[in-house]
Design a protein around this ligand. Sequence first.
Ligand code: M6R
Length: 612
Amino acid sequence: MCGIIGFAGRDEAAPFLLDGLARMEYRGYDSAGIAVRSETLGLQVNKTKGRLQVLSDLIHGGADMKGNLGIGHTRWATHGEPNDINAHPHVSEDGKIALVHNGIIENYAEIKEQLMKYGVKFQSETDSEVVAQLLGYHYKECGSMLEAVGRVLRRIEGAYALGIICADYPNTLIAARKDSPLVLGYSEKGNFIASDVTAIIKHTRDVVYMDDGEIAILTPDSIDVFDDEMNLQSKEHSVIDWDVSAAEKGGYPHFMLKEIYEQPEAIRKTLSPRIREGKLVLDDFHMSKEYLQEISRIFIVACGSSYHVGMVSKYNWERMLRRPVEVCLASEFRYSDPLVDDKTLVIFISQSGETLDTMAALRESKRLGGRTLAIVNVVGSSIAREADDVLYTWAGPEIAVATTKAYSTQLVLMDLIGLYLADLLGTVSKEEYQTILQAVEALPEQMEAELKGLENVSYFASRYFNHDSIFFIGRNLDYAMGLEGSLKLKEISYIHSEAYASGELKHGTISLIEPGTLVVALGTYGPLFDKAMSNVVEVKARGAEVLALTVEEQLEKMQKVADSVVVVPGTHPVVQPSLGILPLQLFAYYVALQRGCDIDKPRNLAKSVTVE
Ligand code: M6R
């Protein structure tokens, strides 16, 4: 979604801003702009619809904009279509204040109406301009930027991360946050604000995460953070421990492909600190056996691919824990008057840690007295900080919009937690515990070997890329994995695709199968392989073209029915989806490549969804 960068320093600001925005392009956007202030030229603002390159060309790579104080923004349209005028920064009527905003101002319409009555003229259709104009109005009235910002923050409702500069304040960048992430970066060259550390990692690893309700004042030499009553805060610094190269393509044509191939290593990093001498050690997870025995309900709440991890985990956890586990879409859960109380464990899965629906569901669960555990990839993100406990997936920065390595690390981490809980509760035998743990430990090597042998996936993609509707079918864990395979395909290749539990097909969807329809049949789940096969036979009988996925052991049977078969290594059923998902990710990637799609930045999508 939208990206914010701001710089108060000693060097020219524009190149820093453009570079920071380029590093956040992956988040998804439709227009971009920057504002820079200099003593001689005052506030200069340039913004435009389309790719960042268009903006960069317009200002000759930043050379046309002078000054060492500035803000920049990439916009993902919500209020008002993507065009030059609706792009940020927005400027107050008197031209003195420029502002960038992430989030949504819920009461913007009433504020706009009031300001218009006072004669303020608006340029754009956005909720964000309302904040700029309100700021301009109060600044004119009180003559102090800080006082004006305070008044505005007390008036606006909704979510915001704000970056503000004023022509009258040579070295001052003001930032504020509520329900939308903002990080402060300290460097020799000056100080930064950013909505995503990726934007500033090239310049600094020394960061502070702003909390809700805080205001920060940055100069080239200092950053002061205040609470909403302007009390100075003492903030804890964090060190970003990943390298800038982790957020670069490193020779791969797309981030998505790079991230697919990074999965074995990401899983290694997620596992290694948690397995010691054949035993699971979850240092950062504090739940006693007694407490766990009292838990009467377990929910897993998430969106998109993270929800699909929840689907896999439901099957696995119920089997291992012998107690019900409910998986809920965060956007539904938060409004469903959920049955959460102090005997409920609610687990939130999120790569970004900023997904608004997941965040809201977390807050609702806490309000109802539930115990919350977050499975998050981005350190210091809002969900990670607000949950009672957090376990990180150490996937490193994930840049492609379509998740791959974050999904895989979530999957193994959920396997580990399920096994850990089952061991604590005594619902798995010692032998089973060891067998599953060994299967998990073997995953990185197995995945490395598997990735080397999946060349045929690009061939199958070139054979099937022009289908306009594709069905993924499977039973149990294969069904859960199919949901993710199908989402991957549709989000980056724009092919209509659906995942169905194989046994459910004949209750309606099979009417869509006609000669030539492509069905991706998933047959990696051993215990139900024969049942799944019957469903493959059913679609074949209706003329479907079948691309199947199975394990070596079942290859012969599958070859007799399917038109094409991809083989994946076999393992314990609990961890089989970790190996099964790789060819599905690659299939989506190569199909999208064949269709000439913008793989890393698919249309209409954003990396982290911070609006409802
Ligand atoms: O950051 P989160 O894991 O909370 O994001 C949830 C979904 O928005 C995300 O998984 C989305 O579905 C991806 N585009 C999937 O590739």
